[in-house]
Design a binder for this molecule. Structure first.
Ligand SMILES: [Fe+2]
Length: 301
């Protein structure tokens, strides 16, 4: 942030309220830092919000009670603060700001809470379904650079929910270890293929304060069916993304704002041939050259 920008921001904050003005005045002598920038901007934003909404004392206490309850729901197994940031679109905005991708490259998205880094590498063609539950899905694809050349030897990690919308690490006693997870390496033509089962969409936790807030607002907590990918290759920015089933009824209302047009794909139903229904998905994942997927401007560190 340059000096001129600081001055403009301070002037804006001073115009909002006498308290905001005094806060900015007290900060004016502080050693410049990201913390000071953040405090100045946060106080300015809060005062602008209060000036616009003019909450009563009771409403202010309700807001305090809500935030207190969010804190009470957050522990080592559940992070209600992250959930709140997710459903307000803040997590997705931060991801977009920190990992922008040039046009033509596959967009980056949040990894979400169910990623595991310890999945063993398997040969191309492996079946990720370790319990055989669900409708088979054949996935084929290629990893390309932005110029269309194949990326050989890329490490491709995959993880997704089962046919009931639950991840293996949500049901450690019901799903086998590493169910619906895989780690592969693309071949000399940048291709990959594996077999799995068609995932189902799922709902974010609704039993806490964030769920109650969303219900009160008439908003849903659904996530359309998707498969998560992470692709790492020498010379490229690591891609973390999801590919969504464009036919899912919730495709237009993903609770965490992860759906982008480039990430919608057709989970094609194959012609019936007796037994379970089968599906196929064909993908192209385009990596961005290292150094081109970074924010245009960095904050003060
Ligand atoms: Fe997910």
């Amino acid at each position: 942030m340059d000096g001129q920008h600081d001055d403009r921001q301070e002037a804006r904050i001073r115009a909002i309220s006498a308290q905001a003005e005094e806060f900015a005045r007290r900060l004016a002598g502080a050693e410049p830092s990201r913390l000071v920038d953040a405090a100045r901007a946060t106080v300015g934003g809060l005062h602008a919000l209060v000036a616009a909404l003019r909450p009563t004392g009771e409403e202010f206490l309700l807001a305090i009670d809500f935030l207190t309850e969010v804190g009470h729901y957050a522990d080592s197994r559940r992070q209600e603060w992250v959930l709140l940031a997710d459903v307000l679109g803040v997590s997705s905005l931060i991801e977009d700001q920190n990992n922008p991708r040039p046009a033509g490259c596959t967009p980056n998205t949040l990894a979400g809470p169910f990623y595991r880094a310890d999945v063993p590498e398997t040969a191309l063609g492996a079946n990720l379904s370790r319990d055989g539950e669900g409708e088979p899905l054949a996935v084929t694809g290629r990893v390309l650079g932005a110029d269309g050349t194949a990326v050989a030897g890329a490490v491709l990690e995959v993880w997704h929910a089962n046919a009931e919308g639950l991840y293996e690490n949500q049901q450690p006693d019901r799903q086998p270890e590493f169910n619906l997870r895989g780690r592969f390496r693309t071949d000399a033509q940048g291709r990959f293929h594996f077999v799995s089962v068609k995932p189902k969409g799922y709902s974010l936790p609704s039993d806490g304060p964030v769920g109650r807030l969303m219900t009160a607002l008439g908003l849903g907590l659904e996530r359309p069916a998707h498969i998560h990918f992470r692709v790492a290759a020498e010379g490229f920015e690591t891609l973390t993304t999801h590919v969504f089933d464009r036919a899912d009824p919730a495709i237009g209302r993903d609770a965490i704002f992860g759906v982008k047009p480039e990430l919608m794909a057709e989970f094609r139903a194959l012609p019936p041939n007796g037994g379970k229904r089968k599906h196929a998905l064909d993908l192209t994942l385009v990596l961005c050259p290292r150094g081109q997927g970074r924010p245009a401007t960095h904050g003060r560190t």
